[in-house]
Structure formats: C-alpha cells, structure tokens
Design a protein. Structure first.
Length: 383
C-alpha cells in the first residue's frame, strides 16, 4: 500500500514539475484577468452593477446553450435561488443524493425544507434513476391537490436535486423522465460540471433550473461566484429579482415587494470570469488529457480509474480512482499528503453529517462503498 502512494507521488510530480505542495485544484490566471479588472476599477462599477456582469452572464449562457444565466455570489446561493424558483418552502421535502458536498443540503435547509436521500449509481457517481423511481413508487402518493406527498412523513415533495459529482454527468435524461412522470421539479446541481455534457447537451440545462459554481477550486473561477441556468424567462426574472434584494425598479425609491437576498455577483468578480471564459475550452482539453494519463497510470498499477460514463463527456474537474479497500485508501491519503501531494477522499455522505443524520433515506450501499474507497487526485490543468 505504501508503494502505491510512492508511485502516485512520483507520477504527480512528473506532471506538475517541482517539489512544492501540489494542490487538488488550483486557479489558473493565464488570460486577460488583470486587464479586465483594471477596466472594471476604472469604470468605478466594482459592485453588483457593471458591464462585466452582463457580459459574463451572456458568455456562460452561450457556452451552455441555456436561454438565461443569472450570476450570483456563489454556488450555494445559486442553489438556494433555484430551489426557491421551484417553490420549495418550509415543511417541504427535496429528494437528493447523500454523496454530495454539503452545500446541496444546506441550500435545501435554507428554504426550510428537508432532504430525502436516495442512492447513487457507481457508473456516474450521480443520483440513480432506478432508486429514484423505486422511492417515488413505493414511498409517495398524490394528494387531493395533485402534489406528490411522502407517505411516511406526510410532507410535500417539491423537487429533486441530482448532482453531477466531480464533473461527471449523471444519468440526467432518465432522471428528468422520472421527475416529469411523478410531477416534481428537477433542479440540477452542476456546480462542478461546467463544460460537461450528456449526448451533446450541457448539464444544468435539462431541468427547470441548474447551477454552476465559480469557486477558486473550479475549472474556471471568479474568486467566488455562481450561476443559475434556466430556459424559463419566468424563472430567470424571479431569480434575478430575489438575488437583488427583491427591489422594484424605480429611479430613486427603495421599494421591495418580498424578502430578497443580496446575492448578486460583483462586477470585479465577473471581470475575472470573462477572462476565464476566454480560455475555458483549452482548460477542458488540458484536463481531459491529464485524465487520460491518470487512466494509463491506474491501469499500470492495477487500480480502477473513474472514467466518464458512455453517455457523457466530462470536464474531469477532479480525477479519481478506487483503492481496493478503505484501509488502502487511508494509507494512500496519508502517504501522499505527507509528501506534499494533496489528495482527498470523496465527500463524507450527508447522512453521516450531524445536521442531516436524521433525514429519511433509502439503502445507500453504493454511496457508502464509493466514499470508502474513492481517492481524488491533483487535477489542475497541465500545459
């Protein structure tokens, strides 16, 4: 087991060249970031109003082929607003996966709702459409108002949030069919998946809304930032309104028609984002080339590399492979991190986290197996 860690350290050092700490995913600034930042500063429009915010929204909408894109301060805020656009509120339930970053469930909680966990599938790390259907068929019913209701809790199920983990597309077309059949809203957590597609269609555009993150560790960054994608003009208007403190348009009066949020993306952040979009295609190509090298290394060392599913094209945000056991996973994590190579396990499942340990859940065998053996490795684009 120690030998595998040593081999991985050597391989990663060959890719990134040097003896310094190799982070899991570092931001890359190789374009016109400083030029655009100077323009934003010179304009004095450095906060939530400015030309770069509009341009960044338009660029991301064009790239993802979504009709509308609304820029906000981070991915969690984007999830919160997307859920609100589906009328998720206090006392409701949202079906999601336990194998995700905690922001998914935090956003559900912000709405006053509760998560219900179904299992993921090994092939994609995303929510399993068969598990989703099984839960909806066996554990829910339609009430008199035509709302899907949990038989056990009596709560309304408003939405389903599958996650495109590590940038790999979930089986989102089948998930969409199940959600439509059972009349629940589909909100995609595509925070990690900018540039990932299923059958040519960008993830985050299958449901009524999807979200992207531009945190410092994502494939492109705005420092902190997020985006709500949608093909619905009504949802785009609602999300934009709520993200700007629900202020009604007026030349000078401050009139707000509901409780809103100060969630808009500042122009300075958007300026960085515009420069990052300029090189996004190149970053994706570089990351996919690195993934191919990791795949070859894993094959040489009798390890299972996690590859994109046959139906999807992944941005390979974080490359990952499976150890043969939890003890081997822990040994590799210890051996690499002690040598300055940042590796990480998969997210600790949400049903094992204190805030969500009492949430209703199905069998989560696949989620628990993946978490116990998967290792994420340095994945910054390599020139």
């Amino acid at each position: 087991m120690a030998a595998i860690a040593e081999k991985l350290v050597e391989f990663v050092r060959q890719q990134y060249r040097g003896d310094e700490l190799v982070p899991l995913h570092a931001p890359q600034f190789e374009g016109r970031e400083k030029e655009y930042l100077s323009e934003a500063i010179d304009s004095t429009m450095v906060s939530t109003i400015g030309s770069f915010v509009v341009e960044f929204e338009n660029r991301i909408a064009e790239f993802t082929e979504a009709k509308y894109a609304v820029a906000v301060c981070n991915g969690t805020a984007a999830l919160h607003l997307a859920l609100m656009s589906a009328n998720v509120g206090a006392g409701d339930e949202v079906i999601t996966q336990s194998l995700t970053f905690i922001a998914t469930c935090n956003a559900i909680h912000y709405c006053g709702a509760r998560p219900v966990f179904v299992d993921v599938e090994r092939e994609s790390l995303g929510l399993c459409p068969r598990s989703l259907r099984e839960f909806l068929e066996c554990e829910t019913t339609l009430n008199r108002e035509g709302v899907r209701q949990n038989k056990k809790t009596g709560r309304d199920i408003r939405a389903c949030v599958p996650v495109h983990n590590l940038g790999h597309p979930a089986r989102i077309d089948e998930i969409k069919e199940v959600c439509a059949e059972f009349q629940i809203a589909l909100i995609e957590d595509a925070a990690e998946a900018l540039g990932s597609r299923m059958n040519g269609k960008h993830v985050g555009t299958f449901g009524q809304a999807g979200v992207i993150s531009f945190n410092g560790n994502k494939i492109i960054t705005t420092g902190g930032g997020g985006m709500v994608l949608t093909n619905s003009e009504e949802i785009a208007i609602k999300v934009r309104h709520l993200s700007t403190t629900a202020k009604l348009p007026h030349p000078w009066l401050y009139v707000h028609d509901e409780v809103g949020f100060n969630y808009r993306m500042p122009n300075l952040n958007a300026a960085v984002g515009c420069a990052q979009v300029d090189v996004l295609d190149r970053y994706i190509d570089q990351k996919r080339a690195l993934a191919a090298k990791y795949a070859d290394w894993c094959a040489e060392n009798d390890l299972e590399f996690f590859s994109e599913a046959k139906w999807g094209r992944s941005n390979y945000w974080l490359n990952a492979f499976f150890a043969r056991s939890k003890s081997e996973r822990d040994s590799i994590l210890e051996g690499t991190n002690s040598r300055g190579i940042m590796t990480r396990p998969m997210w600790t499942p949400m049903h094992a986290q204190r805030p969500f340990k009492d949430a209703q859940k199905q069998s989560l065998q696949s989620s628990e197996d993946i978490e116990s053996r998967l290792i994420c490795v340095p994945s910054s684009p390599v020139r």
